[in-house]
Design a binder for this molecule. Structure first.
Ligand SMILES: [Zn+2]
Length: 301
């Protein structure tokens, strides 16, 4: 059996209700407890590293300024300063520095072991744990949108990225995989961009819901699905956000699953997964590669 974990960044419990996105309701669903560490509200790489390791940020080490390590030591001071700002400000600063120096930030990765180290587990991209390049691409898109990128280009590129991530998760169901995890930044990027555009954000929620439905429909009898977020998104139109600035992270993290009761807190997710993921039965069989032919073609030394 395969447990698919979709890390849907900024999927907001309140907005799931408000937009009535039935496609993400998998059986057991509700608001999940999350945390803030270096910022006033939950910060993406800090929370996802906790979800995967089960450790608080002090222990997994992926924290605020540490999530952005500049290749150029001259810029490390700027990085520390920018760590105090919001993600979008960091994106703007990152874009500025990239244009002027050709350097770019890297998202830090924890040295601690994670739930994806278990036998038969695979992970596509997961902030703070494995391959931050997809998250950087989404941050670049938010940055470009804030600098005037056309809406149709923003959505084309954002959903192109999203479609690849969901297709990977869907494909893993055809393989002997016990656990498959992927992080999808679509709702966070769209939430920041459309925090005051109810119709546009509703459309994005419904579209992401269709992707989730596609995975749920593909599950075999023994497979399960867990959908999670690290925080939600404050908007200009959600009734609970009247006194708040829109486009900031809300505390309404969300969890939904086909596998019994959903996890109650981001700290509980690793244990929750380990109690449910079974070991994949993998028969190891080698591949008889035509090495001589590959050497002739120049693919091998
Ligand atoms: Zn996030």
């Amino acid at each position: 059996m395969t447990l698919v974990v979709l890390a849907l960044d900024a999927l907001d419990y309140g907005l799931v209700e408000y937009f009535d996105v039935d496609a993400v309701r998998l059986g057991s669903e509700g608001q999940m407890e999350t945390f803030a560490h270096t910022q006033d509200t939950p910060y993406t790489p800090e929370v996802w590293a906790t979800v995967a390791t089960g450790l608080p940020p002090e222990d997994h080490g992926v924290t605020g300024p540490g999530t952005s390590e500049w290749e150029n030591p001259v810029l490390s001071m700027l990085s520390r300063v920018s760590g105090r700002f919001s993600e979008s400000t960091r994106g703007t600063l990152g874009g500025l520095i990239r244009r002027h120096t050709g350097e770019r930030e890297r998202i830090g990765e924890t040295d601690a072991d994670s739930v994806f180290d278990r036998e038969g587990a695979v992970v596509h991209n997961w902030p703070g744990v494995h391959d931050g390049t997809d998250l950087q691409r989404a941050w670049d898109l938010m940055n470009a949108a804030s600098e005037g990128m056309a809406r149709h280009e923003f959505e084309r590129d954002l959903f192109g990225l999203c479609a690849g991530q969901f297709a990977w998760a869907r494909e893993m169901l055809n393989h002997p995989v016990s656990l498959a995890g992927v992080h999808v930044h679509t709702l966070d990027a769209a939430g920041h961009a459309y925090a005051d555009d109810e119709a546009a954000l509703r459309r994005v929620y419904e579209r992401v819901g269709e992707f989730v439905k596609g995975i749920e429909t593909a599950l075999g009898a023994d497979d399960d699905l867990l959908v999670l977020s690290d925080h939600g998104m404050r908007t200009a139109f959600y009734p609970g956000d009247e006194d708040e600035d829109p486009a900031g992270h809300s505390w309404r993290a969300y969890a939904s699953t086909t596998a019994g009761d959903h996890p109650e807190s981001v700290y509980d997710v690793r244990e929750w997964i380990e109690a449910r993921a079974t070991d994949a039965r993998i028969e190891r069989e080698g591949i008889d590669m035509p090495t001589e032919r590959l050497r002739e073609l120049g693919y091998l030394e």
